[in-house]
Design a protein around this ligand. Structure first.
Ligand code: 2NL
Length: 379
């Protein structure tokens, strides 16, 4: 009896790979020999398949080594064992080879799945967002002092039935001047030192007050009118501590069939008490605006000293709040309102001025430099 062929035996041969030789060269002649040989190949595959699954690179090499079309072990076996097999062995070799093939393919497919799944899991673990980590803190801003003052002023007037209207910052001279009873060459145009816009087909300018929107509103709707118009306005001032070329204005307008100077005065007093506190007193000083008649400057008792005199009110006890008056009947002519039947009052206040006065800010530029050290004081 010949000793059973073992792979160990083949390892000692010139080539240590039995699959490169035919069965005849291997000296195998019975189906039992064939069976044994295939069992050993299968065992070898099983051993290697366990080792090579750790990293994708060696796995690929392993798969090619066994199933590669040209020089994979299965192809070698087909070429060297099956094809040249003696007729009486062919059937056994074919069967064994098929079984081996099925076994190898099944194992490879299973392992392939496992490898893919673990690669996927590794990727997921790598990319997982740790929700327990502290987030990126972004400082949340606060409303600017001007905005805060705006909102307070709007609240005060909304409470007594005024609604808010807004409009364009670029206007025509008609709405900014003529319709407000300021004809060309009127001296009231001088102190507005207007910014005109060059290159426009018809003359345009940056509005010097928000009054144009009141005119536009009256053109569009019949009384009762009760509106406030907030917005930026522009005048060519020389910038200093208390002046810029732009300021924020809120104008108000009330027109109806029976509005009197008393309504005007009551509204002014209500506003002063809401804005500066319930103890605030008011007084009216005669003034002049082309669009109101009579016109007045509204003063409030000083909110710092209560009227006894201090640095803030320059020892006078009074603080100038805003300009106002009864709407000049001439204005009604421009909007086709009947001055015989209608009356009303109007006012215009500088938001920046009021904010500075109320919060003790002495320099206009501070309001617009966006320095957080300043802004933070008004959270
Ligand atoms: C000021 C004074 C004022 C008005 C604005 C006005 C508007 C119309 C009719 C009549 Cl449509 N008046 N507005 C009235 C009085 C004063 O502004 O010093 N503003 C900064």
């Amino acid at each position: 009896m010949r000793p059973a062929p073992t792979l160990e035996r083949f390892l000692t041969m010139t080539t240590n790979d039995p699959t490169t030789q035919t069965l005849t060269q291997l000296d195998l002649s019975t189906p039992a020999d064939v069976s044994q040989l295939f069992a050993e190949v299968r065992q070898r595959f099983d051993e290697q398949s366990v080792v090579h699954t750790s990293d994708p690179e060696s796995w690929r090499t392993f798969v090619v080594k066994w199933t590669g079309r040209k020089s994979g072990i299965l192809s070698q076996i087909t070429d060297n064992w099956l094809k040249p097999a003696a007729p009486e062995l062919k059937r056994a070799v074919g069967q064994e080879l098929n079984q081996l093939k099925t076994h190898i393919e099944t194992v490879l497919a299973e392992r392939q799945k496992v490898i893919e799944r673990s690669a996927e899991e590794a990727a997921v673990a790598r990319e997982r967002i740790d929700l327990s980590l502290p987030g990126i803190e972004r400082a949340i801003g606060t409303r600017h002092l001007i905005r805060q003052t705006y909102e307070e002023l709007l609240r005060i007037f909304a409470a007594i039935g005024f609604s808010v209207v807004e409009g364009p910052e670029i206007e025509t001279p008609y709405y900014n001047f003529e319709a407000l009873n300021i004809p060309e060459h009127h001296p009231a145009r001088d102190n507005m030192d207007t910014f005109y816009i060059e290159g426009a087909r018809r003359p345009h300018l940056l509005r010097t007050h928000t009054s144009p929107m009141q005119i536009r509103t009256m053109e569009k709707q019949l009384p009762p009118v009760r509106i406030i118009v907030p917005g930026k306005v522009y005048r060519r001032d020389n910038p200093d501590a208390t002046h810029g070329y732009m300021f924020h204005q809120i104008e108000g307008l009330a027109v109806d069939t029976d509005i009197t100077f008393c309504d005007f005065k009551g509204t002014v007093e209500y506003f002063a008490r809401e804005f500066l506190g319930p103890k605030t007193k008011t007084r009216l000083r005669p003034s002049y605006f082309p669009f109101t008649e009579p016109s007045a400057e509204v003063d409030a008792s000083c909110h710092v000293c209560g009227g006894s005199g201090c640095r803030v009110c320059k020892q006078s006890g009074w603080i100038e709040l805003f300009g106002a008056g009864m709407v000049n009947p001439a204005v009604y002519g421009f909007v086709k309102y009947d001055p015989e039947k209608l009356s009303g009052f109007a006012f215009g206040m500088g938001v920046d001025r009021l904010a500075m006065m109320k919060y003790g800010v002495t320099e206009v530029p501070l309001l617009f430099q966006n320095d957080v050290r300043f802004l933070k004081q008004f959270p």
